[in-house]
Design a protein around this ligand. Structure first.
Ligand code: SF4
Length: 242
């Protein structure tokens, strides 16, 4: 049975309190600024990823085809390419914006503090991290965690489209405004996007706050909880487990 709101809220509050004790009041912002400055990437000569990626029949084939991609300048500043992680036959796919410092170092999406919070949010609605699939719009870290620019999105997003095609999830949970506006081709606000279910090529998409935003603004915990509960209900209806 799904856990009650107060229990989940308590877990998330404990997590955020631990973060505050460790990193102080402004949390992400301070930690980011404490990291050594990173320069914006220099222009590089694009080396196309293997053209075979469009024909990939599995996620492993796709990963192997694009993991050395240098289609945009982010390829020259990344530490690790961050393809995605999880169950290749997942019924729930989680889509975020781009790798951060921890993800860039480890080559896996959502492994930093925001990732730990994502795990708790998923657990709150009875999903284990390993049973869903998690990926980002952008596969390489933008310097200083800046927002990906349109040209980077244009070059990288087709890889996500291919991942979605191969996984064929029943529901997509989109985390954060950038990911949602990109995937859904909209300029709507988070407030509007959260009010209804969208579709990406006939797959239902539910939009909620990015866990990193929750770390900065705990007031968004309750709406996030409401969004993921709605996602869970829709998911179960679509997979016939309601
Ligand atoms: S961000 Fe995407 S398009 Fe740019 S180099 Fe990395 S994988 Fe290639």
């Amino acid at each position: 049975m799904p856990r009650d709101y107060q229990s989940v809220l308590s877990d998330i509050e404990d997590f955020i309190q631990q973060e505050r004790e460790l990193f102080g009041g402004s949390m992400l912002t301070e930690r980011r600024s404490a990291q050594k400055p990173e320069s914006e990437s220099q222009p590089v000569t694009p080396i196309p990823a293997s053209a075979s990626w469009k024909q990939a029949a599995t996620l492993d084939q796709l990963n192997a085809s694009i993991c050395t991609c240098l289609e945009c300048p982010l390829g020259s500043t990344r530490t690790k390419f961050v393809f995605g992680v999880g169950n290749p036959r997942a019924t729930l796919m989680v889509v975020g914006e781009a790798p951060g410092a921890d993800e860039d170092a480890q080559g896996e999406p959502f492994v930093g503090r925001a990732g730990q919070l994502l795990n708790k949010i998923l657990e709150a609605v009875q999903f284990k991290r390993e049973e869903v699939y998690i990926a980002n719009i952008i596969k390489c870290r933008p310097p200083n965690n800046r927002k990906p620019n349109p040209s980077e999105v244009e070059r990288c997003e087709p890889y996500l489209w291919k991942q979605i095609e191969l996984i064929n999830p029943k529901v997509i949970l989109c985390l954060g405004l950038t990911a949602a506006q990109t995937l859904l081709r909209t300029t709507e606000s988070m407030g509007n996007l959260r009010t209804r279910t969208h579709t990406y090529r006939e797959t239902p998409v539910i939009v909620t706050y990015h866990p990193a935003a929750l770390l900065r603004n705990p007031n968004w915990k309750r709406p996030t909880w409401e969004d993921v509960q709605r996602m869970r209900t829709m998911h179960d209806e679509l997979v016939g487990r309601a």
